[in-house]
Design a protein around this ligand. Structure first.
Ligand SMILES: *Cc1c(COP(=O)(O)O)cnc(C)c1O
Length: 398
């Protein structure tokens, strides 16, 4: 049977691999050799599970949203990753990677961050484990996301504003890679999504797979069967989606809808819809779909949602899209905003703007009354309040 998991060589179909400079070879190769044995080690599992339970707050609820279900004529369950410590799914990955780093004898952690969510999740676990933490962040983003910079600093991390390129996520990632090249022995690089060279996409997917592991158990209890008819998740790099679909990847009874950020529309220059608009290329060590110009320059993506404007996409998702295993929908800023206000009004839950892109899928598809849908509510909306208020006022013409 066809498998949608990574193969021995680190590829998902034609995507993935490890396209890295010679100087990084040993770092990545050591990680590749060790990650599976660490992740499968029983003492690692025990410590990881305990922290997920007592520190992160897992299992997160699988909540049957009754009013939303009535509105869309099907059963809509929300997987409440918004209730995790630090407000999103990202902490699942950083807890796992810091335990791995410690087992590999590392004492210093580096990370890249765009909006600052991954930076905060990394700084959090570094405080917890008493590890030195350096976070690279585009200078444009440090301006836009003051509060997250302050949180990281309060947590004890050093935030380095990156002034090369467009001074955003892509440039911060390049700088983090440069740091890792210079500090190969004591430093572990915690990548924030299912991107980067093999084994990162597979490692991060495995650490996030706790999401679908819980969904299976919770659906069995609530529905008497351990699989849904549909899974829906938003995709920036792809880690909350990977966690949501992981245990259903090869179960074709389960249909998968992924949503990416169309920004102002896929026919405008302001978009981050990598699967719709991207072409195959290499970014940050991985062969995948990338938003790029005719001559291969990476294009700056745009979305109202800072967590979704990465110019690449995880190789797992590139393959799911190419093979037709998943259907990808491009959701505009306006559609996401509408979905955010709808959830807030109907269920009393203010979602992250990223998650709102998943919610917007509900109005784009037809479902049957007996259909069971599980939608990953990847994060909470506190960080997006300024945007929401601005939009709300605009709509009310105050
Ligand atoms: C970072 C973020 C995302 C996008 O990242 P993925 O790796 O695609 O999951 C989605 N939702 C929230 C709340 C985020 O913080």
């Amino acid at each position: 049977m066809k498998s949608y998991n990574v193969n021995e060589e680190g590829y998902y179909g034609m995507f993935g691999g490890a396209y890295i400079p010679e100087i990084l070879y040993n770092n990545v190769e050591n990680l590749r050799k060790e990650y599976l044995s660490v992740l499968n080690d029983s003492s690692f599992k025990k410590e990881f599970d305990e922290l997920l339970r007592d520190y992160v707050g897992r299992p997160t609820p699988l909540y049957l949203a009754k009013r939303l279900s009535a509105r869309y004529g099907c059963k809509v369950y929300l997987k409440r990753e918004d209730l995790n410590h630090t407000g999103a799914h990202k902490i699942n990955n950083t807890v796992g990677q810091i335990l791995l780093a410690r087992r590999m004898g590392k004492t210093r952690i580096i990370a890249e961050t765009g909006a600052g969510q991954h930076g905060v999740a990394t700084a959090t676990v570094c405080a917890l484990m008493n590890m030195q933490c350096v976070v690279y962040m585009g200078a444009t983003d440090t301006e836009r996301q003051r509060l997250n910079v302050q949180k990281m600093e309060m947590l004890g991390a050093t935030v380095i504003p990156v002034t090369s390129g467009n001074m955003t996520l892509k440039d911060a990632t390049n700088e983090a890679i440069r740091d890792w090249c210079c500090n190969p022995f004591d430093t572990h690089y915690i990548i924030g999504s299912v991107v980067g060279p093999h084994p990162y996409p597979d490692m991060v997917a495995r650490l996030q797979s706790v999401i679908s592991k819980e969904i299976k158990k919770q659906l069995q209890e609530k529905e008497g069967r351990d699989y849904p008819d549909y899974l829906i998740a938003c995709v920036g790099g792809g880690s909350n989606a990977a966690g949501t679909i992981y245990h259903y990847l090869n179960d074709l009874r389960v249909k998968i809808f992924l949503s990416e950020a169309a920004g102002k529309g896929i026919d405008t220059p302001f978009s981050a819809a990598t699967i719709h608009l991207g072409k195959t290329g290499i970014i940050h060590g991985s062969k995948t779909l990338i938003m790029q110009t005719e001559d291969g320059q990476i294009e700056e993506p745009y979305s109202i949602s800072a967590g979704l404007d990465y110019p690449g996409i995880g190789p797992m998702h590139a393959n799911l899209a190419q093979t037709g295993r998943a259907e990808t929908l491009a959701i505009t800023d306006d559609e996401a905003l509408e979905a955010a206000f709808e959830l807030t009004k109907m269920e009393g839950i203010i979602p992250a703007l990223e998650s709102s892109h998943a919610l917007a899928v509900l109005s784009k598809k037809q479902f049957q009354p007996e259909d069971v849908i599980v939608l990953c509510l990847s994060g909470r909306g506190d960080k997006d309040m300024e945007t929401y208020l601005k939009e709300h006022r605009g709509k009310l013409k105050i």
